[in-house]
Design a protein around this ligand. Structure first.
Ligand SMILES: [Zn+2]
Length: 545
């Protein structure tokens, strides 16, 4: 999502009580980004077992993340946090060949997981660690991610401040907190005392950002000479970058300009239709458009793809092929716009009742101020336009993948009724809808994410020598991605009674085994306590029942 830290914090927080409102208005005028938008950091780790000198996961069916089909049963040996052996131990339907099994001594930890599916840990490429506007403590966000198998996240903008994120990154790396691995991509210009308006200022900020320890930069837009200087300097000094091409700057700097300057990944989709224009140069904005009116912003965006060159036309092909040649990554975050095509689906997702904090629910509610809460006049017409918008967008993304392009999995949760963790699985379903084979979906969620982050030597696949980040689930996720949701998938038992199956069982990060269902139970408790404390329940907008 696009947001401006100080602005969004100020506008969002001031929806609270009167006194707080006045106080915050003062704070908002004076506070720095770092001071104004920090959420509560995660407490010391109380969850997870290990790492073990030797851990053997016995009898799993392996989906390794490379695109290889499932194979099993295999035994996987992990020593401390490294995968040291993957041993085939038999054939489906036959007893395990015990003589082939890796040896366990009395100190070895063994998990018997016969028939379970094992995948690499998931990488969420667009993962804001909550915000004060959402009222989401880091523990809540991390546990929802980890409960859904997410073991690495890229924080695109470091909205809680770079120092804060680096502190959490460091503690996560040492496994002092229950959290995925964290990469910090600072919002361009964050912390700068004055606006960056020249190429020299841009280069100076980029170098400072690296010196502070950031992993990369998240851009939103700026004038061309600043963009050019910042992206190319960042690349020269070896860091990576992501960009949400916001509508205010796309007329003069679109995705092609970024890719040519050396941008690593584009977020969402803005700036790509603009690169595909052939019979116009500016989006056909309604004439009373105002960017600060999000109803305008998102409704007009729903008409954008059909203003671009049609699929498989010459211009469409040329743009795609140039992006492919530049080894450019697409991180579509399909899910975060899904309410645009089906608002009720997003609002009434079954997990909200139990897992959505009341503060987050209030943040989602229709408002002229909160970012992504433009639901005060969302009509059938807008939903239909967005359905068509999705079709054209998905066609591009799927074909990009078919021609060898890297497409990753990012959720952008915490906005527009999309909940951490759950929305990541929804993103997988939407890649599937775009045309990806489930194995291609898993590859996007794992190996391609690691490649896009420059972590492919240690993460992204289940292979000997790599770090032990893994997802274990009782059901086959290729047959039904829904089994990865914390709420599982619906089946019916022999008594004709509906039941749930699946839900990630264990998430392993850095050789430490987390009980994914317990993490979800912790979140459930946090939500119950918050509701009790605030004496509130979840109500749909405008309804008092
Ligand atoms: Zn975002």
């Amino acid at each position: 999502m696009i947001w401006l830290f100080t602005l969004s914090y100020c506008t969002l927080s001031s929806t609270n009580r009167m006194l707080k409102k006045i106080l915050l208005a003062v704070i908002c005028l004076t506070a720095t980004i770092q001071l104004s938008a920090q959420i509560q950091p995660a407490p010391d780790r109380g969850e997870g077992d290990g790492p073990y000198d030797k851990l053997i996961l016995r009898g799993v069916v392996l989906i390794d993340g490379t695109g290889a089909p499932p194979t099993g049963p295999v035994d996987i040996v992990i020593e401390k946090n490294i995968i040291t052996r993957i041993q085939n131990v038999g054939y489906p339907g036959l007893p395990i060949n015990e003589s082939r099994r890796p040896h366990a001594d009395e100190k070895t930890k063994v998990l018997d997981l016969e028939g379970h599916y094992l995948l690499p840990g998931f990488i969420d490429m667009h993962a804001h660690i909550g915000g004060t506007g959402q009222g989401t403590p880091a523990e809540y966000v991390y546990k929802l991610w980890m409960a859904h198998g997410v073991t690495t996240v890229r924080d695109p903008s470091a909205g809680n401040g770079l120092d804060w994120v680096l502190g959490q990154k460091n503690r996560s790396a040492k496994n002092q907190i229950t959290a995925p691995r964290i990469l910090a991509y600072t919002a361009f210009g964050q912390g700068s005392e004055s606006p960056i308006t020249t190429a020299d200022q841009a280069k100076a900020w980029v170098n400072q950002n690296k010196a502070k320890g950031a992993d990369g930069i998240k851009f939103f837009g700026a004038k061309p000479e600043v963009m050019e200087a910042a992206i190319s300097e960042n690349k020269r000094i070896g860091l990576r970058s992501a960009m949400h091409h916001q509508q205010l700057d796309v007329a003069r700097w679109n995705v092609l300009n970024s890719a040519r300057a050396g941008l690593t990944s584009m977020e969402h989709w803005y700036g790509l239709p603009e690169a595909l224009f052939q019979d116009r140069t500016i989006q056909d904005f309604r004439l009373d458009y105002n960017y600060q009116n999000e109803q305008h912003r998102f409704a007009e965006a729903g008409k954008l793809w059909k203003q671009a060159a049609p699929p498989y036309s010459e211009h469409w092909n040329n743009v795609m092929n140039e992006l492919l040649e530049l080894d450019f990554t697409l991180d579509p975050t399909f899910n975060i716009y899904e309410a645009n095509r089906d608002l009720m689906r997003a609002r009434t997702a079954e997990w909200h009742e139990v897992y959505t904090l009341p503060s987050l629910w209030r943040f989602y509610a229709p408002s002229r101020q909160s970012h992504g809460s433009y639901w005060f006049d969302w009509t059938t017409e807008e939903e239909l336009q967005w359905k068509e918008n999705y079709r054209l967008w998905m066609t591009f993304v799927n074909e990009y993948k078919n021609r060898g392009g890297r497409v990753t999995t990012g959720s952008d949760s915490g906005f527009i009724y999309q909940l951490y963790g759950f929305a990541y699985i929804r993103e997988m379903e939407l890649l599937r809808e775009a045309g990806f084979h489930p194995l291609e979906v898993i590859r996007s969620a794992t190996m391609y994410g690691a490649e896009a982050l420059g972590l492919e030597k240690t993460l992204g696949t289940v292979e000997v020598g790599k770090l032990a980040d893994m997802v274990i689930v009782e059901e086959n996720p290729l047959q039904n991605l829904k089994v990865l949701y914390g709420t599982g998938a619906i089946r019916i038992d022999e008594n004709n009674k509906p039941i749930r199956v699946g839900g990630v069982k264990y998430t392993i990060k850095d050789g430490i085994v987390y009980d994914a269902k317990q993490l979800l139970a912790d979140v459930k408790k946090m939500v119950e306590e918050a509701k009790e404390k605030e004496n509130t329940s979840l109500k749909q907008p405008g309804l008092d029942w």
